[in-house]
Design a protein around this ligand. Sequence first.
Ligand SMILES: C[S@@+](CC[C@H](N)C(=O)[O-])C[C@H]1O[C@@H](n2cnc3c(N)ncnc32)[C@H](O)[C@@H]1O
Length: 216
Amino acid sequence: MTNLATFWNKIAAKYAQDPVLDEAAYNFTCERSISYLRPEFRALEIGCGTGSTALRLRAHVSTFEATDISEALIQIARERQPETAPHEQVGFRVASAPDSFDSGVSYDAIFAHSLLHLIPDPEALLARVALAIPAGGYFISKTPCLGASGMGLQGGAMRLMIPLMQLIGKAPPVIRFFSTEGLEAMITQAGFKVMEAGSFPSGKPPSHYIVARRCS
Ligand SMILES: C[S@@+](CC[C@H](N)C(=O)[O-])C[C@H]1O[C@@H](n2cnc3c(N)ncnc32)[C@H](O)[C@@H]1O
């Protein structure tokens, strides 16, 4: 797990300066997510990066915790937090995704944006997420699907290039090649019903947005 944190700590400053790839797609998915939230909800984001999404969604729920494996990114997120009353703030903390949950604590909504493809054992993480969400709660994710149909030559090139980039520390140590269907099936198998899904942006790779509701 240490080299995962090392990679993200090393690129944190540059990552914080990178612009959002597609502002319209990002705004659209934020609005879709907000439509599921309620003022009494307790929310958690795992792999929150610089905290942009958590800070944007904060006002729509009662409490919002946000975790990331990278201390450097959490530091940037804390610095970006506007000065507000403590109970209105996002609770940023350092934790690897599977360690983001305290036993017995549940959330009405858990977010994971651009994270699942970077996790060594996403099935185990989803099982942990499912335990933390009571029936009727939401798991909302967005995941680049590098194994999506339609990736064509670009998909093949990525399969060749990524291991080389990983060798020289220029790509995250873990990258999974999900298809959009495989990703949805994995979330369904963890005990969720997909309420809506779509790729925003739909490019190569598509960034697959999924809102899934915890089954009873
Ligand atoms: C591509 S960035 C996405 C950040 C943010 N969610 C966003 O959409 O802008 C991936 C994030 O996941 C974090 N991350 C990677 N592996 C992780 C893990 N095993 N546990 C927790 N966070 C992790 C990284 O530190 C980084 O902040």
